[in-house]
Design a binder for this molecule. Structure first.
Ligand code: DQA
Length: 145
């Protein structure tokens, strides 16, 4: 059995109503449902969201301890959380995949979004495909097993 944690940072629970021109009209609950129902018989997929950096880091530690694969949308933490980066580095350093995802393409947006402090320690990055980015990340995880 493979466990997959889909971890999401600040404000992503507002998907659907938050800047729909940037993030689309799929609601948070629709995204959760579409990901959890995409699990194969040999996978469990747990989708979580927090606005709290500490909680997000603890979930990354949990992934390390349970060897769960990770899909991570760090949201705004992407651009400045060295603490989250250090946590992700422990996971990928233990040969557990962490795919960084973004709904929008941060490189096509404001300058401060062009830097990700996470990408350098992630297994890979998928950005700019709307909520489909998460499903592409799932496919990426499956392809590397
Ligand atoms: C985001 C991009 C970030 O710059 C932003 O702070 C988010 C969402 C995305 O999924 O496109 O909250 O990670």
């Amino acid at each position: 059995m493979t466990s997959i944690l889909v971890l999401n940072g600040p404000n992503l629970s507002r998907l659907g109503s938050r800047e729909p021109d940037v993030y689309g009209s799929t609601s948070w609950s629709e995204l959760v449902e579409s990901l959890e129902s995409a699990a194969t018989p040999t996978e469990t997929i747990s989708v979580r969201q927090t606005n709290d950096e500490s909680e997000l880091i603890l979930w990354v530690h949990e992934a390390l301890d349970s060897r769960a694969e990770v899909i991570l949308n760090p949201a705004a933490f992407t651009h400045y959380s060295y603490a989250l980066r250090d946590a992700v580095a422990m996971v990928t350093g233990a040969q557990i995949p962490v795919i960084e995802v973004h709904i929008s393409n941060p490189h096509a947006r404001e300058e401060f979004r062009h830097t990700s402090v996470i990408s350098g320690v992630a297994s890979g990055v998928i950005a700019g495909f709307g909520v489909e980015s998460y499903h592409l990340a799932l496919a990426a995880l499956r392809s590397r097993r």
